[in-house]
Design a protein around this ligand. Structure first.
Ligand SMILES: NC(=O)c1ccc[n+]([C@@H]2O[C@H](COP(=O)([O-])OP(=O)(O)OC[C@H]3O[C@@H](n4cnc5c(N)ncnc54)[C@H](OP(=O)(O)O)[C@@H]3O)[C@@H](O)[C@H]2O)c1
Length: 341
């Protein structure tokens, strides 16, 4: 059972782990708060990306008072491996803590084992944390966790569709079929992913910038890598000041493209279409989450929102689980997951 002070400290640890200045990429985002036996905050720390101190080491280095009998409140299980930094479980033991509150087990087999190590050393380890905080800690690292489990980035595919499932008007005049709220959300989504990916057809038709541009004009701390997938010619993406790097993935194979992005340290891809590429990813089982912005408008003709999935009979249909329906006036946002994923 967590005390109120520990619950508050865990909320704070999640908050500092989410620091906007920390790059996404191949390392988890982790926060740590050290509490004295009396509940005072002795130090806070967080991980700032590959090659930097882990959250626990960062907090330990900042503590000036004795840590004997202290409680370590961390968003992720302390590691036990010797990487570029030493094992955090050992560092906490050496510092003299007597209790640890841990929001999330480490899915990485190389690093896990911290909970056991602490318990074997007689530390009181509390894993029963409020659902909302466990979920927040997990959400921070969903791309990273997906990478650990599947060795490829998490893929969120986003489609904007008319009510009759069209992606664009027949004459190509429909660059935006959704309203301002949905479009603003796309910029928010881009800022939370580390890659924005489109097919070469979209690059040829729309000349998209693919940068995250918040409505209020605020600076985005991390612009995503911009990637165009295809083997033919397409114009270079417009590159306004501050835009992320742009690359070409010269392949038609979704798994190969994702392997390339994974090797570049990328862990969350926002696939923004178009219809042909989205269908290719769905066919290959490479979509983990689908966000549909559904506009209450009809076109009747024009390209369908999704290309050929190779399905010719109802038994082969691709079922999705509807996770959430959210009004984004005048549109609707549907969040779905392919059932097999
Ligand atoms: N409503 C929406 O959400 C939305 C989003 C984006 C785009 N759009 C609209 O969609 C239209 C463009 O549609 P599109 O289907 O041509 O665009 P697309 O899916 O972006 O691009 C298709 C191109 O991607 C390349 N490609 C990469 N992997 C592929 C694979 N596995 N299979 C086939 N091709 C692959 C091919 O280019 P290469 O021949 O060069 O290899 C192909 O011609 C535009 O009108 C755009 O405005 C709508």
């Amino acid at each position: 059972m967590l005390t109120d002070i520990e619950r508050h400290a865990l909320r704070r640890a999640v908050e500092i782990a989410a620091d906007d200045g920390v790059p996404l990429g191949p390392n988890p985002r982790v926060g740590c708060v050290l509490l004295s036996p009396g509940g005072d905050v002795l130090a806070e720390g967080h991980h700032r990306g590959a090659g930097t101190a882990h959250a626990e080491a960062d907090a330990l280095a900042r503590a000036t008072a004795s840590l004997t009998g202290a409680t370590a409140v961390v968003t992720l299980e302390p590691c036990t491996h010797h990487g570029r930094t030493g094992p955090c479980a050992d560092a906490l033991l050496d510092a003299g803590i007597s209790r640890a509150v841990i929001a999330r087990r480490d899915p990485n087999p190389v690093a896990a084992g911290g909970i056991d190590r602490l318990r074997r050393a007689g530390i009181d380890v509390e894993l029963d944390v409020p659902e909302e905080l466990a979920a927040a800690a997990a959400h921070l690292n969903r791309g990273w966790e997906h990478g650990v489990r599947h060795q490829r980035p998490l893929v969120t595919a986003k489609l904007a569709l008319t009510l009759d499932g069209r992606a664009a008007a027949a004459d190509g005049t429909s660059r935006w079929i959704t309203g301002e709220a949905a479009r603003a959300e796309v910029h928010e989504l881009r800022a939370t992913c580390d890659v924005v990916l489109v097919g070469a057809g979209t690059a040829r038709a729309d000349h998209p910038t693919l940068t995250a541009r918040p409505e209020d004009g605020a600076r985005v701390p991390r612009q995503p890598l911009r990637a165009v997938m295809g083997t033919g010619q397409f114009p270079a993406l417009p590159t306004p000041e501050g835009a992320g790097e742009a690359i070409t993935l010269a392949t038609h194979d979704p798994s190969a493209a994702l392997a390339d992005l994974f090797a570049r340290g990328r862990r969350h891809v926002l696939l923004e279409g178009g219809p042909t590429l989205a269908a290719a990813f769905l066919r290959a089982g490479c979509v983990d989450e689908l966000i549909v912005h559904l506009a209450p408008t009809l076109l009747g003709t024009g390209p369908p929102g999704l290309g050929d999935l190779g399905i010719t009979t109802i038994a082969d249909r691709l079922d999705l689980d509807l996770v959430e329906v959210t009004p984004l006036p005048p549109d609707l946002r549907l969040t779905l997951r392919p059932r097999a994923a």
